[in-house]
Design a protein around this ligand. Sequence first.
Ligand SMILES: NC(=O)c1ccc[n+]([C@@H]2O[C@H](COP(=O)([O-])OP(=O)(O)OC[C@H]3O[C@@H](n4cnc5c(N)ncnc54)[C@H](OP(=O)(O)O)[C@@H]3O)[C@@H](O)[C@H]2O)c1
Length: 322
Amino acid sequence: MQAIVITRPGDAEVLELRDVPQPEPVADQIRVRVHATALNRADLLQRQGGYAAPLGAPQDIPGLEFAGEIDAIGPQVASLRPGQRVFGIVGGGAYAEYLITTERMALPIPDNLDWIEAAAVPEVFMTAHDALLQAAFVPGERVLVHAVGSGVGTAAVQLIRAMGGTSYGTARSATKLDRAASLGLDVGLPADTWPMDLDARGDNVDVALDFVGSSYLANNLKALAYRGRLVLIGLMGGAIAEVDLSVILRNRLHIVGTVLRSRPLEEKLAVTRAFARQVIPLLARGAVRPVVDRVFELHAAAEAHRYMERNANFGKIVLQVV
Ligand SMILES: NC(=O)c1ccc[n+]([C@@H]2O[C@H](COP(=O)([O-])OP(=O)(O)OC[C@H]3O[C@@H](n4cnc5c(N)ncnc54)[C@H](OP(=O)(O)O)[C@@H]3O)[C@@H](O)[C@H]2O)c1
């Protein structure tokens, strides 16, 4: 089969389309003929040599999510059959014509989504949904979402609306804020003035979902209401910060850090099940939808990586495999 291989750590040109052995499913595994996959920031870090794939996942083929058709099954697979349309997250290996996953990590694709749309769902909707669960979000709460035009941000805004919350979103471009408004963003805030804007409105938030990290930390803590929760999902703006801890004590704040890829299988299964229970019905009735920015063919993965590095995308960058 053909797959995109990270030939050595480095810039996008280290990604090459190569012939590699086709994997065989054993036990409770299924083999999926991948029709589409999508990019994640983690793919860029992995390509640069800074984020190794977890044990058991292909080490040199990136790709954390897939949409495709079951092509072969292991002898212990009970609930899935060849020919079914499935999507899900994997620890790696999705930039390929075929991948292996376990039966319990693959979910049937709602009929209203095509391959491209389905590939734009798993990682960002599971991450955003899981972050809201970890924040113990309840309907009626206000949630601040940074980098609201990111894949995870566009999923979060829609989930907050569908789950009965009010969303505040930041972005570094007015165009992304306008586009987020069309997804249901209640209050758009420019990234360079958001702390002042929030203050001027007299607003604070119950939950903040942050991908930026150090440069936003102090202002995130100030923005939180009494017993507010900050979920650290990404560190695109840096990992080292100095803050006034007294605000955490006084306002009884919670700070939660999260990663998805390196969690043990049982925890990923719990995330997958919660997504199946609460998010797939929303997708199936169109209450939330995948946001596809651009589609590249698999062989153009390097170009797709460069595009993500320019921070130009609003929503997901998808790789079409067949
Ligand atoms: N913890 C987990 O399990 C998990 C899972 C998935 C993703 N993530 C993280 O979630 C974040 C978003 O991922 P994604 O795939 O959705 O990203 P994405 O679609 O590539 O979007 C990222 C956006 O963030 C903004 N941005 C980039 N650098 C920034 C900075 N220094 N300060 C402020 N804004 C910045 C840019 O938009 P603007 O135009 O607004 O600047 C950029 O387009 C990443 O940090 C990723 O690692 C974490």
